[in-house]
Design a protein around this ligand. Sequence first.
Ligand code: BMA
Length: 348
Amino acid sequence: MPIWEPVLKSADCIKKLKKPILTKDDIPYEAELIFNAGVAKINGKYVMAFRNDYGASREQYEKKEKGLDCTDIGIAISDNGIDNWQVRPLPLISYKHKKNATEKSNGFDDTTRLYDPRITVIDDEIYLCLAMDTHHGVRGCIAKLNQDLTDYEIISASVPDNRNMVLFPEKIGGYYMRLERPFPVYSRGGEQFDLWASKSPDMKFWGESQLVLGAEHVPFCNSKIGPAAPPVKTEKGWLTTFHAVDKQDSGRGQTTWEFWWNKRYTAGIVLLDLQDPTKVIGMSKLPLIAPELSYEADEGFRQNVIFPGGMILEDDGQVKIYYGAADTVECVATANVDDLIALCSENK
Ligand code: BMA
């Protein structure tokens, strides 16, 4: 295994389950990589929307015989949010062979796939934020799901390039709010992207955009950051995770499917002001979750990737954080909410 310097560790308060909660073996249809899920608690059940990339086995991919050019969003439901996930027999969204795909018109027939779902429930409506690849760039879109979780309607999509949108679970100051990550490739220099926020009166029109956190303020990042799971409300502020990327020089002898992969993804944690979430109150200068276990750090499609998409605050103060590992499996870690808030102030 190549050594990645500096070595980054998860915070002491993080308890990882130490085995994935969903893998391709759990899926009743064609599946290969199951990762980057959004999770929400709806009517007492845990609802997961997960990403499934497929179309090639590792061998076919490495020999360049086939690509992973199909992407589904599947739905799984669990009583306890940890195990016994019941996967719906059919995916909610399916994009096969993305170069030609135009699955659903909705006025968006330029779309080649939807991925990295994040779920937020606001006033009993279920919203899914998705990254939307199109022939003309990557857009962030917001879809509304029906209560049966069998259909969806896209209600808003940004201009390119933007993704990793997450919605706050309530209106703030009379507006819906989202965190997002535009990626300005020319003006910012290299792959340095930041965390932004926008407001909307109706979930359709978004504006008053503001920078929330610059990548340069995150000590364990030398490249880009982006929103991870939708924020949770605490007495001290909006607690939210983000992903942070540090890159190394290439040619380190990877064991991933993609031999050129040179990025590490960790999760960070930040506390935002309750009334004005564009203001950072505190941020841990150390990672919250780092890739350490074999299926996070050494194996899978892209090693060293932790990509959270779901965070649930339970009544007893336990926080469940759901994350994709190595773009291959879906995992969960838990922590106490007070410990997470303390991290944001202690390590300031
Ligand atoms: C990002 C996105 C994520 C993915 C991550 C690591 O740019 O594509 O979907 O998990 O890279 O590969």
